[in-house]
Design a binder for this molecule. Structure first.
Ligand code: IYR
Length: 223
């Protein structure tokens, strides 16, 4: 099979005088993203979620095999199944399964086993990793699956934020119940993360702890 190269036609070069301002504005915009746990039940049109998932699907990934699958859930029935099963898992987690150190480290967030947002928020997006990608002839091996799906998840969260929605990354442990609920109980796919998306409730809060971000010199060396 011959490979074909096309010109890079959609790169945009900005004047250097604008680049620092663009980078700073982007940082300040992303700094306004907060995980919240108190969502409004206000509806969000499906078309917005579709565009955000397309953005996620544009993420860089191993061999461009796109080792992900998204299940976007607005069905009240499925959301309440997810809430019920996630809460059962979280009850065991908070009752001790998480282990002393982990539970201690979560205290500043003020979380507990109650997850009302799972059936209140208009959208839950379950993200699955895929070991192999089917194409028309055969199932192809995927590469760097976790890295790829992690980047796509970051794109998705950013897309939702830029569309004007609030999110929560939710990872009940274990998360395997999501496979059945989402109809993806097979050998090839594993649940990776659940993203809750919607408008914040007017009384939504952010834990003070979550606002403490490390300084640049703590997270980066320039050599
Ligand atoms: N999954 C649990 C616990 C939890 C774990 C981490 I790491 C967090 O950053 C927040 C919560 C829950 O959702 O409550």
């Amino acid at each position: 099979m011959s490979e074909q190269q096309l010109p890079l036609s959609d790169f945009i070069e900005y004047p250097q005088s604008e680049m620092l301002e663009r980078a700073t504005r982007n940082y300040l915009n992303l700094k306004r993203r907060h995980s919240i746990r108190n969502f409004s039940d206000r509806a969000v049109p499906k078309e917005i979620i579709e565009q955000c998932i397309l953005a996620a699907g544009s993420a860089p990934n191993g061999a461009n095999h796109q080792p992900w699958h998204f299940v976007a859930i607005s069905s009240p029935k499925i959301k309440s199944q997810i809430r019920e099963q996630a809460e059962a898992i979280e009850q065991a987690f908070y009752a001790g399964r998480g282990g002393e150190e982990w539970l201690e480290n979560l205290k500043p967030l003020g979380t507990d086993a109650n997850k009302p947002y799972l059936d209140k928020a208009p959208w839950l997006i379950a993200i699955f990793t895929k070991k192999r990608s089917e194409d028309s002839e055969e199932a192809k091996q995927n590469y760097y699956v976790h890295e790829s799906v992690g980047i796509a998840t970051g794109f998705l969260i950013q897309a939702l934020h830029n569309s004007g929605l609030a999110t929560l990354t939710h990872t009940p442990k274990p998360m395997s119940f999501l496979s059945k609920v989402c109809g993806r109980d097979n050998d090839n796919e594993r649940p990776y993360m659940l993203i809750v998306a919607g408008y914040p409730h007017e009384a939504a809060t952010v834990p003070e702890h979550a606002l403490k971000k490390k300084a640049l010199n703590e997270i980066c060396d320039f050599l």
